[in-house]
Design a binder for this molecule. Structure first.
Ligand code: MG
Length: 156
């Protein structure tokens, strides 16, 4: 078994879609980034890559590369899973936490889990959400953060 951790932050700005775990959430602001800025999927990818000792998404999908402009992060996750499978690993489970003051994410979590489990396998994903009680950049609504941990086991 191998364990990995991922952490990501994106800034909230007007005029961008808010996409978390592949769910397009109606909101007055969205996350700024080169790709679709799906902070949750980014943290999950970094956890998987970390567990496999394969670096991070910045190395794999550089934001200087126009190929990844507006990229669907779930498609990048598929590539990450293929890559670690090529190294002999499969995802045992992923546990992730979204940190956002608003909007309420709870109603969207089941669909986020479905989207991630389409790629990582049924029953292998847990997603939670918390606020930071109005403190810091998440509390002020300047941005959102996500943490994830992943366990890999030898591929069957
Ligand atoms: Mg990111």
């Amino acid at each position: 078994m191998r364990i990995g951790h991922g952490y990501d932050v994106h800034r909230l700005v007007p005029g961008r879609r808010l996409i978390l775990g592949g769910v397009d959430i109606p909101w007055e602001m969205g996350l700024l980034g080169h790709s679709d800025a799906d902070v949750l999927v980014h943290a999950v990818m970094d956890a998987i890559l970390g567990a496999a000792g394969e670096g991070d998404i910045g190395r794999l999908f550089p934001d200087s590369d126009p190929a990844y402009a507006g990229a669907d992060s779930l498609k990048l996750l598929e590539q990450v899973v293929e890559r670690v499978r090529g190294k002999g690993w499969q995802v045992e489970n992923v546990d992730a936490t979204m940190i956002a003051q608003r909007p309420k994410l709870m109603p969207h979590i089941p669909q986020m889990i479905k989207n991630l489990e389409m790629i990582l396998g049924e029953g292998r994903v847990n997603v939670k959400a918390t606020t930071e009680e109005g403190l810091g950049f998440s509390g002020s609504g300047e941005g959102m953060a996500a943490h994830a941990v992943c366990l890999l086991s030898p591929a069957q």
